[in-house]
Write a protein of this length. Structure first.
Length: 274
């Protein structure tokens, strides 16, 4: 495909139903066909010329449905903003995102109260920030929680692009909440934002290997055991969340992105355990 229109060769392969087309290339072609009448016309011509049986079947179907559809009033157009939540997240994500926001706000309240044996350098907001988006990301691809999982993951669009869309929808909810909580507690933005992004990309990168839900559980459990438990026991923020550790979190974030890009084909083949 070039920038404007699909190539004749790709349209021909698509019309013949060839299975060797790469998933991301197939997704790009179908997305382009949705908005390009010229390429849809070219596809129709190719189908009529190369696959006459399919063209004949389509004509027969339209001959049968045409009179019936003519008597049906068209549905009112849906506004674009009304379609956005459906394309960017699943309904089951809502309660988990609500829980993430609630945990962040509860951590903010406890930080402001400064109750218990915790010192001034101890911040629950800082401890919770890295893992708050992780469960939302996992739920967005959980087979047992998403009734449309099989349908979504079997389409050409179920690749890295859709994974990033759903991840973005989680971050759009979580990050503003953490911005408010961080501002209220005086925590430096980079101090929680980099670990937050590092854990998110780490979940996506590891999810391509062991499954998104398993990756989230492993990372959250490791964080709870290695960082949260000692910090609560000692009453001060872990060294991993101090400003000196920011370059390490930045490196982890970059590594996660690199792994995702290098293994982008994995996200077009989500299976039963992803």
């Amino acid at each position: 495909m070039n920038v404007e229109h699909a190539s004749e060769g790709l349209i021909g392969r698509y019309a013949r139903g060839e299975t060797g087309i790469a998933g991301d290339e197939l997704w790009a072609l179908e997305a382009h066909l949705e908005s390009c009448a010229t390429c849809r016309g070219r596809l129709s011509t190719v189908v009529g010329r190369q696959v006459p049986a399919v063209a004949s079947l389509v004509e027969d179907v339209w001959a049968e449905l045409g009179p019936r559809l003519a008597g049906v009033a068209p549905a009112p157009p849906r506004r674009r903003w009304g379609r956005m939540p459906v394309t960017w997240m699943t309904p089951v994500m809502a309660p988990w995102l609500g829980m993430s926001v609630s945990v962040a706000l509860l951590a903010l309240v406890l930080d402001r109260m400064k109750t218990g044996p915790f010192g001034d350098d101890f911040s629950l907001v800082l401890l919770m920030a890295p893992v708050l988006p992780v469960l939302g990301v996992a739920v967005s691809w959980a087979r047992g929680l998403d009734p449309a999982y099989e349908l979504t993951t079997s389409t050409p669009r179920a690749g890295l692009h859709l994974v990033l869309r759903r991840t973005t929808s989680v971050l759009v909810v979580v990050i503003p909440t953490l911005l408010v909580a961080g501002w209220a507690t005086g925590v430096m933005v980079a101090q929680w934002l980099l670990p937050c992004l590092a854990f998110t990309t780490g979940t996506l990168a590891l999810g391509g290997l062991v499954g998104m839900t398993r990756a989230a559980v492993v990372l959250v459990a490791a964080w709870a055991v290695v960082i949260v438990a000692p910090a609560v026991a000692l009453g001060h923020t872990s060294f991993a969340l101090r400003p000196d550790g920011l370059p390490v979190w930045g490196a982890v974030f970059a590594l996660g992105i690199a792994v995702m890009v290098a293994r982008k084909e994995t996200y077009t083949r989500f299976g039963a355990d992803i």
